[in-house]
Design a protein around this ligand. Sequence first.
Ligand SMILES: Cc1ncc(COP(=O)(O)O)c(C=O)c1O
Length: 395
Amino acid sequence: MTISQKVEGMLSQASWIRKMFEEGARLKEEFGNDAVFDLSLGNPVMEPPKKLKSALALAAQDETPGLHRYMPNAGLEEARMAIARTLSPESGVQLTAKDTVMSCGAAGGLNITLKSLLDPGEEVIVFAPFFVEYLFYADNHGGKAVPVKTNDDFSIDTSALEQAITPKTKAVIINSPNNPTGVVYSRESLQAVAAVLQKASEKKGSPIYLISDDPYKKIIFDGVETPHLFEIYKDSIYISSHSKDLAVPGERIGFVVVHPECSDRDKLMSALIFCNRVLGFVNAPALIQRAIAESQDAGIDPMVYQLKRDRLYSALIEIGYSVVKPQGAFYFFPKSPLEDEVEFCRMLAQEKTLAVPGRGFGTPGYFRLSYCLPDRVIEGAIGGLRAAFEKATSL
Ligand SMILES: Cc1ncc(COP(=O)(O)O)c(C=O)c1O
């Protein structure tokens, strides 16, 4: 038996990520978990807020009949209402449960959205560096992700966006705070993107949708503003999850919200609900939907991540790395001191410090460090980051 050639190709394309992962596993086996400083994964270190855990326990103990049965494909009414209630003041648009579909994480939300929107060969613009799964998610639904470069500080280059738009462009994905850079896009830059898309949609005679994939929306630092796209562009779709802000990525709970004035809104809502069903998710698990409906006012404390950012940022700068200071999420994307960042990540691994090469995010020459980690791991990694930097710059 052999697997599909397409998946075979995807596996080999990602083989160096696997090699880094295998190298990490080998190092951990040889030296023990505590001796290896793994900054490669974005798995939140924080525990979910007590309020969410209690709501989960209460939901599990509820003896009301029918609570564990199939539910409407859009998700539980109470969960959809809770999301709409939370998002209305944040987005500046009055939302209801009818604008909302629950999903299996933001990943599930992206997949139902792209399946709903894309015809074969249609294009989805993503800004590099990007969350690598966008490439695969667009391909899942017959589409193609088209990477567009950003400026040196990773802000959006609107003229590059303008040039990348073709008659096949169906959507643009924005991710702010960004994985892997931690950059937050300013209101002005989002307005500039909206103006480009407005003009291009008019020329094309059909809308180019703006998808905001924002699971890090509430992990922001120094009081930076994270404007909601709903205020700026009506053909927009907001996708988020509680993987990061309630620290439950294992529970697979997310949601998709469509701007009430979006073009073809009713059809789009029906498509999203249908795609939840036919992609086999049916919907996010009932227990966690009921729990988050009761916990919208809870959240992890972003200050915990801000302090970790501050510690690692000052260490990186002191060592000599060139890096943009993140304003949210929990990643750094420093420039590699060697042009070949895969080679540099190998040097880091020799120092028992694990990072992800930037080509995994469509941007060679950089590497990603996660800091959603215990302080012990961050402190431990600083020595390796220094030793590898010194080795690389003395070559
Ligand atoms: C930018 C981005 N989008 C989507 C996801 C998927 O999140 P979820 O766990 O909610 O599916 C992630 C996860 O790391 C991410 O970084």
